[in-house]
Design a protein around this ligand. Structure first.
Ligand SMILES: C[S@@+](CC[C@H](N)C(=O)[O-])C[C@H]1O[C@@H](n2cnc3c(N)ncnc32)[C@H](O)[C@@H]1O
Length: 300
């Protein structure tokens, strides 16, 4: 039997791990084996025949610089009635969704009635994923070409339903300290997620790079008056001694996660639940308005 994502999900649901399970260490990981593993994970989608002309792989840039002039302008929201069959359903947003297979799989297989939105800064990936979505006839998932750091607020604040889940999964690490400002999760994005998430909504963060996971964790730990980590709320979601979740709470892996696990890497995860509205939200808006230059000052 092919080892599909459904099988992975079932297996994870029946096992209750007591300790962090490391993927078996492999010293050599061929691109081919990685690609096969990705195909197996998303076998249910049967995407290969859907891209016959340009083949399975796209020639795309490995990285783009989100600080370059072409990415600083925020992208506006779509017409939600056009992109989703029911734009009032609870929304999951995957930031930096890459190929989008993870989100398409959820949109097709999840039993929850939800909409799924992928934000991705590499346009060719978005075009390919949207093509798959149309071919599969899915009306609950949509992908946008956008710099999520600067566009999230405009896009998500206009969504008519509740924002239930935001995921940032294996974001680009930008290892050099001077390049940390290129990382997708910056203060403005944390603030916007915190503000727009509905009460009870969740944020899932993960990385195979400990420094990146720790950076994201620190930012959300800083909002302890608004967020609680899920292991304090749901005893089924357990952490190791360092406070990292032992298991993938979604039950389906992203592509980067599959590649990293094949290489024997550990995935560091945190999931927060919004337990309170942002305190003094009104006050901060008033403060912001009162900080604006007064008309007479502008006119001299
Ligand atoms: C390492 S990949 C991970 C993709 C996917 N989440 C996974 O786990 O397989 C990170 C993705 O984030 C995208 N990305 C980086 N900065 C971004 C930004 N500011 N806004 C939107 N997407 C971004 C990259 O183009 C890339 O596809």
């Amino acid at each position: 039997m092919a080892w599909t994502a459904t099988a992975t999900l079932c297996c994870r649901l029946v096992r209750a791990p007591a300790v962090r399970r490391r993927a078996p260490h492999r010293t050599l990981c061929s691109a081919e084996r990685s690609t096969d593993a990705v195909d197996r994970e998303y076998a249910d989608l049967n995407l290969r025949p859907l891209y016959p002309n340009r083949g399975h792989h796209l020639r795309i840039r490995q990285h783009v610089n989100p600080l370059s002039a072409s990415f600083v302008e925020p992208t506006g929201p779509p017409d939600w009635k056009e992109v989703f069959e029911d734009p009032l359903l609870p929304l999951m947003v995957d930031i930096g969704c890459g190929s989008g297979r993870f989100l398409v799989w959820l949109a097709k297989n999840s039993r929850e009635r939800r909409n799924y939105l992928g934000l991705e800064i590499r346009q060719k990936l978005v075009e390919r994923t949207q093509f798959w979505v149309t071919e599969l006839g899915l009306r609950n998932v949509y992908f946008m070409f956008a710099n999520a750091t600067v566009s999230f607020e405009q896009i998500v604040s206009s969504y008519p339903g509740p924002l239930l889940l935001v995921s940032i999964l294996c974001p680009d690490p930008h290892f050099k300290k001077k390049h940390h400002k290129r990382r997708v999760l910056q203060t403005q994005l944390v603030d916007s997620i915190t503000k727009n998430l509905c009460l009870g909504g969740r944020v899932l963060l993960q990385s195979d790079v400990l420094g990146v996971a720790a950076d994201m964790r620190e930012r959300f730990d800083g909002y302890s008056d608004v967020f609680e980590h899920v292991d304090c709320i749901d005893k089924n979601l357990r952490c190791d001694n360092e406070g990292w979740l032992l298991d993938n709470p979604i039950g389906i892996r992203t592509e980067r996660e599959i590649h990293a696990e094949l290489e024997g890497a550990t995935i560091y995860r945190r999931m927060y639940q919004k337990i309170r509205d942002v305190p003094h939200q009104k006050t901060s808006a008033v403060q912001w308005i009162s900080a604006l230059p007064r008309p007479q000052a502008v006119m001299g």
